[in-house]
Design a protein around this ligand. Structure first.
Ligand code: B4P
Length: 184
């Protein structure tokens, strides 16, 4: 059973929703850089203060900051434990840094799940969620940032034979079953 996983997809595709579900059924560490950053904002740490305005604009927080958070969490894991990265990496620099970190830890990625969904449905889902960064102008900007910076990772992981696309339309359970079927 594959247990070192990465979830990729546009904002609102349901990465967080599916990652939480799968991590709990499979006993994996769920690492959401979005959730970790929001937690820093909530406690008002120096890191959170730096991230808050960037997130409110729908842009990406600096690579160095996100990498420091991920490194700290993954270093504590033993090889057999398993983890699920959700919302990270978000650009090629983060993907390269992650590859070096995982090589250092001897814990390579086993599967990259790409959640695919039409823009109109994404926008509707995010508008009904109503988080601080979920107004229409910011959502559109997050989609542009995704296309420019994150979408190149689709090719990056396809070339490494790790990518599996999943249709992210349907009920949470249906999508969950599609993902579980890929774990082997
Ligand atoms: P994230 O927290 O990663 O959030 P997201 O991409 O907007 O949402 P996700 O795809 O997880 O959707 P969800 O399950 O919640 O990023 C937020 C910000 O943090 C970024 O813009 C950036 O500023 C910063 N950030 C994060 N990681 C970073 C990194 N690595 N580098 C730099 N910056 C970073 O689902 C969305 C909604 O749809 C929910 O309301 C959910 O209930 C609903 N939903 C889910 N599945 C559904 C289904 N099947 N049917 C109907 N509704 C569904």
């Amino acid at each position: 059973m594959k247990n070192r996983l990465l979830f990729l997809g546009p904002p609102g595709a349901g990465k967080g929703t599916q990652a939480e579900r799968l991590a709990s059924t499979q006993g994996l560490l769920h690492l959401s850089t979005g959730d970790l950053l929001r937690a820093e904002v909530a406690v008002g740490s120096a890191l959170g203060q730096e991230a808050e305005a960037v997130m409110a604009r729908g842009e990406l927080v600096s690579d160095a900051l996100v990498l420091a958070i991920v490194r700290q969490r993954l270093e504590g894991q033993s090889a057999g434990d398993g983890w699920l990265l959700d919302g990270f990496p978000r650009n090629l620099a983060q993907a390269e840094a992650l590859a070096s970190l995982l090589a250092e830890l001897g814990q390579p990625i086993e599967l990259v799940v790409l959640l695919e969904l039409d823009d109109a449905v994404l926008i509707q889902r995010l508008l009904s969620r109503g988080r601080a960064d979920d107004n229409e102008a910011v959502i559109r900007h997050r989609l542009e940032v995704y296309r420019e910076q994150t979408a190149p990772l689709i090719r990056y992981y396809r070339e490494r034979d790790l990518l599996q696309p999943v249709e992210a339309e349907g009920s949470v359970e249906q999508i969950g079953e599609r993902i579980t079927a890929l774990l082997g």
